[in-house]
Write a protein of this length. Structure first.
Length: 233
């Protein structure tokens, strides 16, 4: 990979620009756990971003014997394409918008505001479904490892980082199996460390390309993982 990574980014050099690396999300979590070994049996808490980040985070927490929970963050999608977004809303209402992209989308202020409000409602509903009456953990005295299954534009995790910062997390670490080089460096500027097993460059980037087995997860899938983890606690 041409160019040097910033100092607070940790990757696996032999996996740079490779595809088809991980069998599935659980395998990706185990690979990341190997990179995060210094946190084993520590006070760190692992927070998975639903849906795809949850099985990755659960595997990390299990391998390292760490507390596991969820941090709901959802991207604000385009009216004509629910796969593409221009920002994200986090569990506490924190919003991050892609200010560079917005002018090129041709959205009115009303459309942007409607997208934000719709996503806020989705986040509120998802928090209620996945957390129930359980309070969000106190982060003031512990490192937080925020996990997703990949880092494309980076705005979902940036909204999550903002929410964790407001929650007074003393140290925020990002852990993702795969990520685009530019987005990894962008978010590295806002956190303590980024751990990304597979960093890729190029104009085209898809998180799914790093996985041999890939499918979208539902909230039912996430609930099953959470219930299994809670039974094992």
């Amino acid at each position: 990979m041409a160019g040097e990574l910033v100092k607070n980014v940790v990757d696996i050099p032999e996996l740079r620009d490779e595809v088809g690396i991980f069998r599935d999300r659980a395998h990706a979590g185990k690979v990341l756990a190997g990179m995060l070994g210094s946190f084993k049996n520590s006070e760190a808490i692992v927070l998975g971003v639903p849906a795809g980040g949850v099985p990755v985070a659960a595997a990390i927490a299990k391998e390292l014997n760490l507390v596991f929970d969820v941090a709901v963050v959802s991207k604000i999608t385009l009216p004509w394409n629910t796969e593409a977004g221009y920002g994200a809303v986090a569990f506490d209402g924190s919003i991050r918008l892609n200010e560079k992209l917005l002018p090129r989308l041709g959205l009115s202020e009303q459309q942007v505001e409607e997208g934000i409000q719709k996503t806020r409602q989705k986040v509120t509903s998802r928090v209620r479904r996945l957390r129930g009456q359980r309070e969000f953990p106190d982060l003031r005295e512990r490192p937080v490892i925020l996990v997703d299954d990949g880092l494309a534009s980076g705005y979902t995790l940036m909204a999550g980082v903002e929410a964790l910062r407001k929650a007074k997390a003393i140290q925020i670490i990002i852990a993702v199996p795969t990520g685009h080089w530019g987005s990894v460096e962008m978010i590295a500027d806002q956190v303590h460390t980024v751990y990304c097993s597979n960093i890729r460059r190029g104009w085209s980037f898809a998180v799914a390309d790093a996985y041999l087995r890939w499918s979208d997860l539902t909230d039912e899938d996430v609930e099953r993982i959470l219930n299994q983890v809670r039974r094992e606690e």
